[in-house]
Ligand binder design. Structure first.
Ligand SMILES: C[S@@+](CC[C@H](N)C(=O)[O-])C[C@H]1O[C@@H](n2cnc3c(N)ncnc32)[C@H](O)[C@@H]1O
Length: 249
């Protein structure tokens, strides 16, 4: 795919996710993705001073959790001295300028966080920079996932670790109910296909695991994405796909 053919898909994604932001979905996604994200953060071995990318950061709630985790002593960056603050750096990147606006508005107290509007297709950052990358529920929207992996490999530091959470994948058959409800094209792949892609792009220790969502679903919950509450509960029990990989030293 050439640069020209990729620009339009990114514009379509920007329009669609700007609509989500205007409809309040940016903040709502925190409650939908928090449980699986907290479980992922525990696997990331986050440490003070690390440089972290949150790819497809949306309204920035996970970016702020990352910022707390890599600030000195896990404290919010506002609570630590300025020499400690400069050592950690967390970047939230999203193609939707409205999501980025929301994220900036709600992250005022975090001096180790920066939000950037841009695409996974061409990550506006220098080579070999990030020690950790997190991407929550964003990867299957990318117009060219191979190009996104090339870009991730480029911006990650040697030894850096990649963590991608995906709720839409063939091994969780309940997730396939939403494909027709989405207004933008998506990729629907299996865990095995994704692991193979990571390996093909030079990542080491590529593996996948399923992360169940233990958030209870109340009996009066209204779901537009699933055919029934039982399907939603079954989807959560099977859980999200977590892809993990390392850029070699
Ligand atoms: C389902 S939302 C998840 C947002 C956030 N990670 C969360 O869990 O709340 C998907 C996000 O991916 C972003 N996104 C989609 N395509 C993108 C691309 N090509 N580059 C960067 N971000 C993209 C969207 O703008 C949107 O904010």
């Amino acid at each position: 795919m050439t640069q020209d053919t990729l620009e339009k898909p990114d514009e379509i994604l920007q329009l669609e996710f700007n609509r989500w932001a205007a409809a309040g979905e940016g903040e709502k996604m925190e409650s939908h993705h928090l449980d699986i994200t907290l479980k992922t953060l525990r696997l990331m071995e986050l440490a003070p001073g690390q440089r972290v990318l949150d790819l497809g950061c949306g309204a920035g709630w996970a970016t702020r959790l990352l910022a707390q985790a890599v600030a000195a002593d896990g404290a919010s960056s506002t609570e630590v001295s300025s020499d400690q603050v400069v050592s950690s750096q967390v970047v939230g990147l999203d193609v939707s300028d409205e999501m980025i606006r929301l994220a900036r508005e709600t992250s005022g107290g975090f001096s180790n966080v920066q939000y950037v509007c841009g695409s996974a297709m061409q990550i506006p950052w220098q080579d070999s920079f990030f020690d950790r990358v997190l991407s929550v529920e964003s990867f299957y929207y990318y117009p060219d996932q191979n190009r996104a992996l090339q870009e991730l490999y480029r911006v990650m530091a040697p030894g850096g670790r990649l963590f991608i959470l995906i709720n839409l994948y063939t091994d969780n058959e309940y997730s396939l109910q939403w494909v027709d409800k989405l207004k933008v094209p998506v990729h629907v792949r299996s865990a095995a296909e994704y692991v193979e892609m990571l390996q093909r792009h030079g990542f080491r220790n590529a593996e996948s695991r399923q992360i169940p969502d233990d958030t209870p679903t109340p009996d009066d919950y209204k779901t537009k994405s699933f055919n029934s509450l039982e399907d939603l509960r079954a989807f959560k029990r099977k859980g999200a796909l977590l892809l993990m990989a390392t850029k070699p030293l």
